[in-house]
Design a protein around this ligand. Structure first.
Ligand code: ADP
Ligand code: MG
Length: 260
């Protein structure tokens, strides 16, 4: 009964192209009396980059957190690669490895070196041998351009470097998809592009990504779709060019007039 494809009225069924990896259907979430996610239907296909944009408090972070089950939902279904999100235990740990998350506030382990930050999860959650984990970590640090910082501690790095380490750490788990929640909004302006460039590279390499960001340049360079949220609803869902030049909803026009 909780199979998403069983309901032909959902947008999922109306969009026959692609290969669905993340599917949210009829998702609702409350915090007490506050209805934060309202009937959310969203499909993210394998290899797709979806940018989520919207005013503060519209439910963007909560949406990301429900996909990773950092928050439970009250109704609806979320499936990842065809499987419902497990409630707990090893299956949930596996899901967290499959869907990486990069937060606004880097969240690195402060008392571990950069290399250890990217090695630990592989060894603990994926049972990779330490020597192999270090090799993978070194490759990923190279890929995000901070190989020369491997032996330092997070506090010795700039914000942009720390966020790139956080991306490497997420990649080390070999995720099927990555969620980014405002990954550049805590950064000084001169560091934003070094992080966005890494993300654009991931997009080009075919990583499936959900990115909460107001960075229009990133959306235009890397995203297939923009999802505009307001007051817990998906109000508009379109390609980036249309969204930024000719949004169809009054609420999106009003929002864009404030951020652009
Ligand atoms: P956004 O990321 O778009 O700014 P959020 O998803 O963080 O929005 O929050 C949506 C709404 O839910 C806001 O009104 C926020 O205050 C509220 N909220 C978020 N997390 C909690 C929580 N843990 N408990 C209660 N209310 C919350
Ligand atoms: Mg948020």
């Amino acid at each position: 009964a909780d199979s998403v494809t069983a309901d032909p009225a959902t947008p999922v069924a109306a969009r026959p192209t692609g290969d669905p990896l993340l599917v949210l259907s009829g998702v609702n979430k409350h915090f007490g009396s506050l209805h934060v996610l309202r009937d959310i239907d969203l499909t993210v296909n394998r290899g797709e980059v979806v940018v989520v944009i919207g005013p503060s408090g519209s439910g963007k972070s909560t949406l990301c957190r429900t996909i990773n089950r950092l928050e439970t939902i009250d109704s609806g279904t979320i499936t990842i690669d065809g499987e419902p999100i497990p409630a707990e235990g090893r299956a949930l740990a596996r899901l967290r490895a499959d869907v990486g998350m990069v937060f606004q506030s880097f969240n690195l382990f402060a008392h571990k070196t950069v290399l250890e930050n990217v090695t630990l999860g592989q060894v603990k959650a994926k049972k990779v041998k330490p020597a192999q984990a270090r090799l993978t970590a070194a490759e990923l640090l190279e890929r995000v351009g901070v190989a020369d910082q491997a032996q330092k501690y997070p506090a010795q790095l700039s914000g942009g470097q720390q966020q790139r380490v956080a991306i490497a750490r997420a990649l080390a788990m070999k995720p099927k998809a990555l969620l980014f929640d405002e990954p550049t909004s805590a950064l000084d302006p001169e560091m934003i592009n070094e992080v966005l460039d890494v993300m654009v590279g991931l997009a080009r390499d075919g990583m499936t990504m959900v990115v909460v960001t107001h960075e229009m340049g990133f959306a235009r360079r890397a995203a297939q779709r923009v999802v505009f949220m307001d007051a817990g609803r998906i109000v508009e869902e379109t390609d980036p060019e249309t969204f930024f030049t000719a949004p169809s909803s009054e609420r999106a026009r009003d929002f864009l007039s404030k951020i652009l």
